[in-house]
Structures are given as structure tokens and as C-alpha cells.
Ligand binder design. Sequence first.
Ligand code: PSU
Ligand code: MN
Length: 303
Amino acid sequence: MTFPLTFSPEVAKAVADKTAIVALESTIITHGMPYPQNVETARVVEETVRTHGATPATIAVMDGQLHIGLTETQLTTLAQSTNVAKLSRADMAACMATGGTGATTVAATMIAARLAGISVFATGGIGGVHRGAEHSFDISADLRELAKTDVTVVAAGAKAILDVPKTLEVLETLGVPVIAYGQDSFPAFWSAASQHSAPLRMDSAADIAHAQIVRRDMGLEGGQLIANPIPKDAEIPQEVINPIIEQALSEADAQSISAKAVTPFLLGHIFELTEGASLTANIALVLNNAKLAAKIAQEIAKR
Ligand code: PSU
Ligand code: MN
């Protein structure tokens, strides 16, 4: 290979032992949460994966190296850096070729996980079709990645800042299985339920693992999106969060925020408007996703 793929000692051991591994993204650390909650959350997420029987592999590009698993020092350095790139499919290779440092989005983390032979990945929420996409054409590269790359992604649905029905339509067009875990409705990130029903439902980690293996055996490219609802006691009701989302969206519009800056801007604004409640909920749902991902990874490792 023309580029370095660097495994942390912990992940290298799990690969050698063929035990369960869960990939974790780093954009949520650098662009999704403020310091120091970002690094604290990253540590607790890793610990949650371990307590539930799998090895966490946080993924990032640092000084041109694609890291599969970060050491404590690397994690802290990344979380404190202020001008880290936000990497997706389009710019990941360029960052590595030029010795740069960047955090991986869902799309880039899926690519890295596949290269490292990791089948399961836990995050908060995937990117999707933005509201007003009929004018802006803003559709996250995460969706096409799910259609191409064979990794099961556990998320709390798509972020409620998006156009959820359009996101579901695009996922259907792209042939991505969207599976709600333990409920019929598609979860809305900060709230457990939405008005939209999920195309598929599964109630066990074993079924989810099996479905991925069947897809692989059939030669179907692409992954699966597992939509895992936020725990009820941590959710922000839709009637509370929706007006706040509207306010953040009009502010983004007024400031002409576009492209990669949209998602971080909205998350930061919603954090301020909810006085931190959005972050507390975000942390709870990521931990919940890490737990389910660890169970799925174990089922896959068994087979
Ligand atoms: N979910 C979160 N926080 C985040 C993101 C998702 O709770 O920061 C990040 C993910 O890395 C996702 C990215 O892949 O936002 C999507 O960005 P965009 O909409 O620009 O594709
Ligand atoms: Mn975008």
C-alpha cells in the first residue's frame, strides 16, 4: 500500500485475536462537541465499547497517517486542536498525501474501517439531506458511502436538523437498508421517535449481524444503517427541540453558512440555545449506540 495504516497496540491485538472491534469517528470530537466534553465523551464511549465486550478503534488522520485506534495522548491532542480538517471521501486521500491532520466523518470512517477489516461502526447521527436541499443541493456524502462500503453504522437516526423524509427517500434510492432497532418509527436523534416509520425493524443484535453477512454473501455492496433510538430518559421532546432547530436554521441562513460548515454551525448553535441540554442528550445517545455496536460486533466475530 502507498499509505500508512497505523493500528494502535490495543486494536492490533484485537485484529490478531480476531475479537470484536467497533470503529468510532473523530469529527464528532473535533467538530461536533466543545472541549473538554468532546474528549471526555470520546473516552467514555471507548470505555463503553470495552465494557460491552469489544475493542474501540477511534479513527483519524494525524500527520498523514491513517490511525485505526488512537492512544490517550493522540486523542487528547486531537480534541484540543482548533484547525483540524473535517475529512470525507473527497479529501481524505489528499490530507494523507500532504501529511495533514484531519478528523473523519461517517463517510471517511467507513472507508477506514473497511480498509482495516472492521465491520461495525458507532456514531451519533449520520449526515443526510439538508432542509432546502432542492436549492442548496446539500446532501451528505455519508449517504452514498452507506451505499458503497460494507460497514454497519449504528446511529440515532439522522440529525433532526436535516430533512428526514428526503434523507429516507435517498437512502431507499441508494438501496441502503435502514433498520430501526426495537421500534417501528425512525428515531429523530434528540427524540426517540419521529412521525416517519422506518423501512425495516429488528429487535436483536444477532439479526442485524446476520443481515449484514447475508448481504455480503449475496455480493451486495454497501452497508446498513441501524437507527437506534435515544434512551427515553435522555430524550428532548420534539415540541421542545423543533423550534430551536428552526431558530438555528434561520441563523445559518442569515449568515450564509454553507458546505462543510453547516452541520458544525447548527450543532454549536443548538448547544447554546438549549444551554447544553442538546449536548447531554447527544452524549447519552452515542453511548447507547456504542453499546449496541459492541453487541453486533460480537455477533459478527462469532460467525
Ligand atoms: N453527528 C453528530 N455530530 C457530528 C456529526 C454527526 O452528532 O459532528 C458529523 C459526522 O461526522 C457526520 C458529519 O458524518 O457530521 C456530516 O457532515 P456533513 O453534513 O457536512 O456531511
Ligand atoms: Mn453537506
